[in-house]
Design a protein around this ligand. Sequence first.
Ligand code: PEP
Length: 256
Amino acid sequence: MTKKLLVIANWKMNPDSPGRAVRLAKEVEKGLRGVKNVSVVIAPPYPFLESAGRALKRAKLGAQDLFWQNVGPYTGEVSWRQLKHLKVKYVILGHSERRIHLGETDQVINKKIKAAIKAGFIPVLAVGEQKRMSNKKMHRALLRQLSGDLAGVSARAFRKGVIAYEPVWAIGTGLSATPRHAKKALGMIKEILAGLWKTKKVSTPVLYGGSVKAGNAAAFVSTKGGAMQGMLVGGASLKPKEFIGIVRNSSSINVK
Ligand code: PEP
């Protein structure tokens, strides 16, 4: 049986105008015609969720964050309940840029994961080591993040959830990890989740993120390469041709 891959576009704090956001969403939509075995999610910044979301038909809409309270005195925050009024289906949480620049801790991310699940969104939890390190240290870093971010979250509660493995050293640097490295992380993540959830079989999809381009995408999802279940794409998702290339090149790969 062939499983559908998941490719998520994280637009981050781009583009700089609603007109550009809608144009980008439309171009991506057009490029998705005829794509069958890849699900695509577009995560624009908050101000463009509604307008870009309106332009999407084949692609689903994602948010880049949420706040765990539903309403109230939380200046600058956007709650899960507010997002429920839009077409948002997926929510990226724990992205390294939020951990680094906004000081998001695993406890904060944990609250967000729980709120996202309660609200019926599909959480996309981003984890990854800060710099290149030994296998032992990398395992420890992933264990710390996953056990903190998913504390009190059962396998059943996270059954629709997704993990995005994003080594921080590969994000936005143009220096992606090798598919072999991604596969190693995939094994570690599955083993950690199996331990946390006390189960032998973990079916949570694990995506790779970090300088993915049209030229290297297929290697991350092929069973002989990284064997990942999809990708989280930052910079390249702002270039329609490149992003469509990522989707189309990975859609030609059969994933078991
Ligand atoms: C990201 O920010 O999630 C990401 C993977 O960025 P980039 O593709 O630009 O490395």
